[in-house]
Design a binder for this molecule. Structure first.
Ligand code: ADP
Ligand code: 5GP
Length: 190
């Protein structure tokens, strides 16, 4: 029985990677390592967190049709390499994608049977607080991200693609909710 894709999406700063990391520890799901042109942050490992590539390499991946989806997120390119996803799904694994809203909508066109989870902030003020609290952001970048986040939540809710909406208010509860969705997929693949 082939496996399934679980796409976790939501605006920047909402807590996707925090939730994804915890869910991966708790379940047997496999993480889809994205390619990106952005520079590694402190503690990030090439090949584990991202595959860090230059623009020319990323463009070649696009031209060769190697990406399941890709998007420009605040001037840096991010994309999901198709082949590792295809292989893992063929092997019966549940594959977790942590990607932005535009990317999630592209996956929905190609693989409508995947599971789509929208992580939403409890409210606007809290999203702003989390974005501003992130040490990697200067205030201006964080403000731009906040404006985009509002648009993205609207687009995601309006698309009808996201069959699961998880409000990341209490982190443990949000992790539980996403882990349950992943476990449900794992049971279907067993
Ligand atoms: P994303 O991957 O969506 O960009 P992160 O996982 O990097 O977001 O989280 C952004 C910030 O919000 C981090 O500092 C993280 O520790 C914090 N955070 C995540 N979830 C919660 C939560 N439920 N309550 C408070 N802070 C949170
Ligand atoms: P960050 O730079 O904070 O790691 O990620 C910025 C944004 O890019 C996040 O919303 C993250 O989910 C998204 N992202 C990471 N990988 C991919 C990908 O492969 N494709 C798309 N479309 N977005 C991605």
């Amino acid at each position: 029985m082939p496996g399934t894709l679980v796409v976790i999406t939501g605006p920047s700063g909402v807590g996707k990677s925090t939730i994804a990391r915890a869910v991966l520890q708790r379940t047997g799901a496999t993480f889809s390592v994205s390619a990106t042109t952005r520079a590694p942050r402190e503690g990030e490992v090439d090949g584990r967190d991202y595959r860090f590539v230059d623009r020319r390499t990323f463009q070649r991946m696009i031209d060769n049709g190697e990406l399941l989806e890709w998007a420009d997120v605040f001037g840096e390119l991010y994309g999901t390499p198709s082949e590792p996803v295809r292989r893992a799904v063929t092997e019966g694994q549940t594959v977790l994608l942590d990607i932005d809203v535009q990317g999630g909508l592209q996956v929905a066109e190609k693989m409508p049977a995947a599971t789509f989870v929208l992580i939403a902030p409890p409210n606007d003020a809290e999203l702003a607080r989390r974005l501003l609290a992130r040490a990697t952001e200067d205030d201006d970048a964080a403000r731009r991200r906040l404006a985009k986040a509002r648009e993205e939540i609207k687009a995601a809710r309006g698309s009808g693609v996201y069959n699961h909406i998880v409000i990341n208010d209490d982190l443990d509860r949000a992790i539980d909710a996403v882990a349950r969705i992943v476990e449900q997929n794992e049971r279907m693949n067993a």
